[in-house]
Design a protein around this ligand. Structure first.
Ligand SMILES: *[C@@H]1O[C@H](CO)[C@@H](O)[C@H](O)[C@H]1NC(C)=O
Ligand SMILES: *[C@@H]1O[C@H](CO)[C@@H](O)[C@H](O)[C@H]1NC(C)=O
Length: 492
């Protein structure tokens, strides 16, 4: 990392002037209301962490932040922190809503920090912030530049004002937070890169190490896509901090569940790389710590006693496709499974409790295997409570839900049902997922629609909702007064 970066002027001098700003051996500046403006306003670029001493995420960040501060010192990029308990005013002036909050400051102007909370990520992000969108690369720093980040994109021999030049520069400006971009029109640099004519090369510290971009009719979208696809390792580890990166791509996610202690982990992953390569840009392959995230495996219906396991998740449709757990996760089996999946030959896995032999309650027990049959019955409105066995609100609602169902027991055009949404998946026919418990939804007869119940849990409100939204007409709902159960009995 001997990259020459455009130097951030005078920062060191500023810090030298603020005596006692860092404690002991720390490279992180401690800011207070007395020195905040003096330090932050003149700085061309710095990162400030607003924290609270009791906050667990802040404690976890501290050593990473310290390490990053040490590494960034040589690049004249400073890291500072503000204790929001001691300096409540500074934090409220900076609109700090939670802890930790990280902000990048340029001459006192703040913008949100968009990197990770690991030292490597902080260094990489702040280095990019310190550089122009495209760095000018020379014969003497070309080799260093190519290796100065996990992914580096270089342009060679681009002529200013050509379409390719404009595409490269506008893409670089948009993606500057994520990647390092450089250019050179020096013929010896192009020669050492092994290119001739206008060229764009993606260098990376993993997998094949280099991708030569096809520049024919390249536009900003296609260049962005090419960079994004090629900058994710063929099979990387996935975790909570980078799940969203995969999720936003919209591609199905293929997981290898592994025990990280397994000495054969690298071998398993390597074996599947050619498959990941073949489906690059269509399916993202990852491996995941199956010991730590065993619950995630269960949620994907991958119920195994022993890893590795393999499952594909279609995040957009909310479907999951666990590979037969009795089959070893071999190259051959996975290749066949992925092929079948991409040809639409694999049915999504839908977890279901057994269909009840008989219904004992007025609120009928709904399970995934009987979902479509009961719910999409054109003669009946169906009002469903989706619950979780551990949920306290659900337990309190249970007797009231049963009473509601009882009060409609003679209404042949309304079904009141309950479904344990932890033991049953919502089948593919239905396009929602349950994120909180209890969730109450009405499916009016003759439609495929679902209407959310958002009122209070009183019987009156529930009845009113049913009356207003049901697709069928019912004698019970005919009268204007919200009937009490007693009253209704008399009517019938
Ligand atoms: C994603 O997170 C895991 C750990 O949870 C890490 O090992 C991996 O390098 C990260 N990948 C990327 C591309 O950030
Ligand atoms: C349903 O009809 C039966 C038989 O007529 C009656 O005994 C019962 O009370 C009715 N239930 C309700 C809730 O109206």
């Amino acid at each position: 990392m001997k990259l020459k970066i455009s130097v951030v002027a005078g920062l060191l001098a500023v810090f030298a002037g603020v005596a006692g700003a860092t404690d002991g051996n720390s490279n992180v500046l401690q800011l207070t209301k007395d020195n905040f403006d003096h330090v932050v306003k003149p700085a061309d670029l710095m990162l400030v962490e607003f924290y609270a001493p009791w906050c667990g995420h802040c404690k976890a960040l501290a050593p990473q932040y310290e390490e990053a501060a040490g590494q960034l010192k040589s690049k004249d990029i400073s890291l500072a922190k503000v204790d929001c308990v001691e300096e409540a005013q500074v934090c409220s002036e900076n609109d700090v809503g939670g802890y930790p909050t990280l902000k990048v400051f340029r001459k006192g102007l703040a913008s949100p920090y968009g990197g990770t909370r690991k030292s490597e990520g902080i260094v990489s992000y702040m280095t990019k912030q310190s550089l122009p969108p495209v760095s000018q690369v020379t014969p003497s720093n070309h080799d260093d530049f190519k290796q100065s980040d996990k992914v580096v994109i270089m342009a060679y021999n681009l002529k200013p004002n050509t379409d390719l030049y404009k595409t490269f520069h506008s893409t670089a400006t948009n993606l500057r937070d994520n990647y390092l971009f450089g250019e050179s029109d020096d013929s010896s640099v192009a020669k050492s890169a092994g290119v001739s004519g206008p060229s764009i090369v993606i260098y990376k510290s993993f997998d094949e190490g280099r991708n030569d971009v096809n520049t024919k009719s390249l536009d900003e979208n296609s260049l962005t896509e090419t960079i994004n696809i090629n900058s994710i390792p063929l099979i990387d580890e996935i975790g909570p901090e980078n799940f969203s990166r995969y999720a936003t791509s919209g591609l199905p996610l293929a997981y290898i569940f592994e025990n990280p202690e397994d000495p054969k982990l690298a071998q398993h992953v390597d074996e599947l790389k050619p498959i990941a390569e073949e489906y690059k840009g269509k399916i993202s392959f990852v491996w995941i710590d199956g010991v730590k995230f065993v619950e995630h495996g269960k949620a994907l219906n991958l119920i195994k006693d022993e890893w590795p396991g393999f499952v594909i998740q279609d995040l957009q449709a909310g479907h999951k496709y666990p590979m037969d757990i009795t089959k070893p996760v071999s190259k051959k089996n996975v290749a066949q499974f992925v092929k079948d999946f991409s040809n639409g030959k694999v049915e999504p896995s839908v977890k279901s409790e057994a269909i009840p032999a008989e219904q004992t309650d007025s609120a009928i027990t709904l399970v995934a295997d009987q979902f479509d049959e009961i719910v999409y019955n054109n003669e009946k409105d169906v009002f469903v409570e989706f619950y979780a066995p551990w949920c306290g609100h659900c337990k309190r609602l249970a007797p009231e839900w049963e009473a509601l169902a009882q009060s409609y027991e003679n209404d042949s055009s309304l079904t009141i049902a309950k479904m344990d949404a932890t033991a049953n998946d919502i089948p593919p026919s239905t396009k929602f997922s349950i994120s909180s418990f209890p969730t109450l939804k009405l499916q009016p007869a003759g439609t495929k629609e679902w209407i959310d119940y958002e009122g209070d849990r009183s019987p009156e409100s529930l009845r009113e909702f049913i009356k207003d939204n049901r697709g069928t007409k019912s004698a019970t709902d005919g009268d204007k007064e919200a009937p009490h159960n007693e009253h209704k009995k008399d009517e019938l």
